[in-house]
Design a protein around this ligand. Structure first.
Ligand SMILES: O=P(O)(O)OC[C@H]1O[C@@H](O)[C@H](O)[C@@H](O)[C@@H]1O
Length: 230
């Protein structure tokens, strides 16, 4: 087994918490308020996992002022938080997996397109913030997923080269960001089905963190690279 250090980079929404349904429902409620239209297919391709600076102009079909961006982001995310608050919980197996990585001295980061308000809501709400050495959010980057900037920034902050980083993602845009960063990707079939995630370039597809441990991460993702999906 390789002894070189590795890092684990976690997307937040759909990975640390399995909240896709609440984000989808809150987006539909939000666009409804403004008489805008959004299909599930458009959501999957142009909204899911993307920063508000990209997704909001997409739904409004125009560019937004910085003030509009802040106002609309918070409006949409408030709807989401109210919908999800009572159900907020870690993705199955997450805490044991984080504990195991910590025990094996794996540096960990969060790389999320979410605004700061949702990060406190989530990471503090389920009490996992202390596991992460750094959190890179939408306010810290100029180009959102699928651009690799968010994950490259996280890797740089951890001091681990991209080829030794594993990204845990659920969204097409996030998987692409991880691959474009030159990292291995483990896809969680929370938001999309296993079938939809096949051929995305992910090294491994898991339902949730109960399907992976440190040893498997090294053997099936780091050492085997992109050889196959399970
Ligand atoms: O998956 P990530 O990077 O944590 O993305 C967060 C974003 O994910 C999108 O799916 C949501 O619609 C956004 O509202 C949210 O901010």
């Amino acid at each position: 087994m390789s002894t070189q250090p590795i890092a684990a980079l976690f997307d937040m929404d759909g990975v640390i918490v399995d909240n896709h349904r609440y984000h989808t429902d809150s987006w539909f409620q939000f666009v409804g308020r403004y008489g805008l239209s959004l299909t599930p297919e458009q959501y999957a391709s142009y909204i899911n996992g993307r920063v508000a600076a990209d997704s909001l102009p997409y739904v409004f079909q125009r560019s937004l002022t910085p003030e509009e961006l802040v106002t609309y982001t918070e409006e949409k995310e408030e709807i989401y938080r109210e919908m999800y608050r009572a159900n907020l919980q870690p993705t199955p197996g997450l805490i044991s997996f984080l504990e195991e990585l910590k025990h094996n001295q794996v540096p960990m980061a969060v790389g999320t397109s979410a605004p700061v308000s949702n990060i406190s809501f989530t990471l503090d709400g389920i009490q996992v913030r202390s596991y992460f050495d750094t959190v890179v959010d939408a306010s810290m980057i100029t180009r959102g997923k699928p651009d690799p900037e968010i994950y490259l920034t996280a890797a740089e902050r951890l001091g681990i080269p991209p080829e030794r980083c594993v990204v845990f993602e659920d969204a097409f845009s996030g998987i692409e960001a991880g691959l474009r960063a030159g990292m291995r990707v483990v896809a969680l079939a929370t938001t999309h089905t296993r079938e939809e995630l096949t051929n995305t370039g992910a090294s491994l597809i898991i339902a949730d963190f109960r399907e992976i441990n440190f040893k498997q991460l090294i053997e099936r993702v780091i050492e085997r690279g992109r050889a196959g999906v399970s």
